[in-house]
Design a binder for this molecule. Structure first.
Ligand code: FDM
Ligand code: MG
Length: 250
């Protein structure tokens, strides 16, 4: 890659059991096998002090207020934001297994579950808050300003197909009803990202315009098909990116 180009920031999102981690490994191997420098990251990163608090919460060894755990997930990204930026600027691609979109989707859908209300939407009814607990906007705000992915691959799978892959595990959130809610909020985030893409006034982060920033991949297909579908969107980025690193929701 030429020295003026930075690495691409590629995020893989999706429900539990959609194949994110498997596909991230496949992609990393493929890039490395071609001599392309890429680093794999994952959120939550459970190795930091904040990550250990998140881990205890997910394993039900600790109880935390819903707002607190939401902010810890966001803080876990902020503590690694400079690593992401520096890695990209050094010309290395960053592949990331989950990011801010999981942060919003899981917290906002938890609120919807708890209150048995419709999924909170980023509409005017949100300001002033009609749903003060973990509204979509409240959940999104701590993520504002984080490095923006150049591409997000959303691995879409129905909760039924996901649970047929061997059932959910023991961690918090690994329940069919929650997953169905999470998928709805992910759909809403996708719509918001896509409408943002179509705003012609935006100058960053991709200049060529050909690369949509949020792509839905049918993760119900076999592993090889999913890898191939994902690669078609990643390939245009492997030569590096010219434009500066964007920031989320600015
Ligand atoms: N999760 C993940 C969140 O609730 N918020 C976040 O910001 C992130 C990154 O944590 F249920 C949820 C999603 C999942 C759980 O994730 C653990 P992994 O990928 O299974 O480790
Ligand atoms: Mg999990």
């Amino acid at each position: 890659m030429s020295t003026s180009r930075r690495g691409a920031f590629i995020v893989i999102e999706g429900l539990d059991r959609s194949g994110k981690s498997t596909q991230a490994d496949v992609m990393l191997d493929r890039l490395n096998a071609s001599g392309i420098s890429a680093k794999l990251m994952k959120f939550p990163d459970r190795t930091t002090a904040i990550g250990q608090m998140i881990n205890a919460y997910l394993q039900s060894k600790a109880d935390l207020d819903d707002h607190v755990i939401h902010l810890l997930f966001a803080a876990n990204r902020w503590e690694l934001a400079s690593t992401i930026t520096q890695t990209l600027e050094s010309g290395t691609h960053v592949l990331c297994d989950r990011y801010s979109f999981s942060g919003i989707a899981f917290s906002a859908s938890k609120s919807a579950l708890k209150h048995k209300e419709a999924i909170p939407t980023p509409s005017s009814s949100d300001i002033p808050y009609t749903n003060p607990n973990l509204s979509y906007i409240w959940c999104r705000d701590p993520e504002r300003g984080l490095p923006a992915p150049d591409l997000t691959l959303f691995l879409d799978i129905s909760p039924e197909a996901a649970s047929a892959r061997g059932g959910y595990g023991e961690e918090r959130y690994e329940k069919a009803e929650m997953q169905a809610r999470v998928r709805e909020v992910f759909g809403q985030i996708g719509n918001e990202m896509l409408s943002h893409n179509q705003n012609e006034d935006r100058s960053e982060p991709t200049k060529d315009g050909a690369q949509p920033r949020w792509v839905v991949i049918d993760a119900g297909n076999d592993k090889t098909t999913v890898s191939k579908d994902m690669w078609a969107h990643v390939e245009p980025l492997i030569a590096g990116v010219d434009s500066p690193i964007g920031r989320l929701w600015y």
